[in-house]
Design a protein around this ligand. Structure first.
Ligand SMILES: Cc1cc2nc3c(=O)[nH]c(=O)nc-3n(C[C@H](O)[C@H](O)[C@H](O)COP(=O)(O)OP(=O)(O)OC[C@H]3O[C@@H](n4cnc5c(N)ncnc54)[C@H](O)[C@@H]3O)c2cc1C
Length: 408
């Protein structure tokens, strides 16, 4: 059987695979991009609530859970400015919003996905959809087999299959299995950028309420991570940006034991305890509900009053010293226990994945299998919410393509 031999086959037409295909084809490589879904770029389209938060001006290792030297090197090679310039060259107009987040100015993720697809096709990349790769054989070339019965061959292969997060939007274990079949090991994938389930069922009373907080995750007294921002209380626990941003640290730590959370309802105050002491001195005759009026959401205040054990019909001056001691401390360090992270169908990314120690940090080439490259979320890299995951997907796909382009 004489199959056409491609220079490069890229598996997965997501963020990383599309940019990689465009760059490989642009450099003159005969490039084939295989996608299992009927449509490419489905996660790009869904990203940022349909607006695609494609990168972030603050991108740095601090926003990633990964080997810092991999992130440092990747961000030095494909910087924030490189990313803006790249999309500008593709004809995408972007706009920066708060906290360095960048979106397409058109306000819709199609303004990122479409130009990428068009540019890949214009460069000469062949895209075949509804082709799910199930097996790869490494011989003199790579032989790639699909569930649909096709066989393709290439000198270089890129696994850009993404993670198993969000299975309803193409997330799959497939990339992990293919990587393993080519000699790689995995760090157990865990759901991240997902809500936190907590033990304290009384908090379900706050379901639907949003507050600005600082949220800290600790294990055995050691701070794992912390985030400031909005939290959304739910019937299972906490969601919203602050909860999502510590979910990676929580998800990774839970197999080792309990994770404690501290919820601070006064993130804007340097010394909330001192503030509350002064307020007690200023309003000794107020009953608890009136004491909290103006500083806490009414439902939060009611929960706090019950939790601390304040006597509802007594003025603050008549409360016990013990409850007053708790009152000045709990609102800025309310102890909770994280018992889980919401499952894959709610997780926007995965912690874990292909072990990055098995990858050349300059090129994303496998150290286990010559000619194989692994990029994007399939690797053990996850970023916080804000455009960091897509930045890594673009960067790794771009860098792999540069390396492949230099090969004869
Ligand atoms: C709801 C949601 C919102 C998000 N919002 C943002 C955001 O605003 N900003 C941000 O930075 N990140 C966001 N993310 C994360 C971001 O989308 C991912 O990190 C990024 O898409 C990863 O890129 P990738 O190329 O590695 O994988 P993907 O984009 O997931 O692409 C992988 C592709 O490979 C295909 N594939 C897998 N296995 C096979 C196979 N065996 N054969 C053929 N094809 C295969 C898949 O179908 C898929 O199309 C969001 C994620 C979700 C789920």
């Amino acid at each position: 059987m004489n199959l056409p031999i491609y220079d490069v086959i890229i598996i997965g037409a997501g963020a990383s695979g599309l940019i990689c295909a465009r760059e490989c084809a642009q450099s003159g490589k005969k490039t084939l991009l295989l996608e299992k879904d009927a449509l490419p770029a489905r996660k790009i389209l869904a990203s940022g609530n349909g607006r695609c938060n494609l990168t972030n001006a603050q991108a740095s290792p601090a926003f990633y859970h990964a080997d810092p030297s991999l992130i440092t090197q990747t961000l030095a090679t494909f910087t924030f400015q490189n990313c803006l310039d790249y999309f500008a060259r593709l004809g995408v107009l972007t706009a920066e919003e708060g906290q360095g987040r960048v979106f397409p100015a058109a306000g819709k993720s199609t303004a990122v996905a479409e130009p990428l697809k068009i540019a890949a096709a214009e460069a000469g990349a062949e895209i075949q959809t509804s082709q799910e790769v199930t097996r790869i054989k490494r011989g003199k070339t790579f032989s790639v087999y699909t569930r649909q019965g096709s066989i393709f061959q290439a000198h270089y292969l890129v696994l850009a299959c993404g993670s198993c997060a969000y299975p309803q939007l193409t997330g799959t274990q497939s990339g992990y299995e293919l990587a393993r079949s080519l000699g790689h090991t995995l760090i157990t994938p865990r759901p991240v950028l997902s809500g936190l389930c907590i033990k304290e069922s009384a908090f379900a009373r706050l379901s639907g309420i949003r507050c600005q907080v600082r949220l800290c995750a600790l294990q055995n007294g050691r701070i794992l991570d912390q985030a400031e921002g909005e939290v959304l209380f739910t019937n299972y626990g906490l969601n919203g940006p602050a909860a999502l941003n510590i979910s990676s640290a929580v998800s990774r730590a839970l197999p080792k034991g309990n994770v404690n959370l501290e919820l601070n309802f006064f993130p804007q105050l340097a010394d909330p305890t001192d503030f509350l002491k002064k307020r007690l001195a200023a309003f000794p005759n107020r009953r608890p509900k009136d004491f909290f009026a103006g500083i806490l959401h009414e439902s939060v205040a009611n929960l706090l009053i019950d939790f601390i054990g304040l006597r509802k019909n007594h003025p603050m001056a008549a409360q016990t010293p013990n409850t007053l001691e708790r009152l000045v401390k709990i609102p800025s360090g309310w102890p909770l226990t994280a018992v889980g992270v919401r499952p894959w169908n709610e997780a926007m990314a995965a912690a874990g994945g292909v072990n990055t120690r098995e990858i050349n940090y300059n090129t994303f080439e496998s150290l286990k299998c010559t000619g194989l490259y692994i990029t994007g979320e399939l690797l053990d890299v996850d970023g916080k919410s804000g455009g960091f995951n897509l930045h890594f997907a673009w960067a790794s796909g771009f860098i792999a393509a540069q390396a492949i382009s230099k090969e004869n």
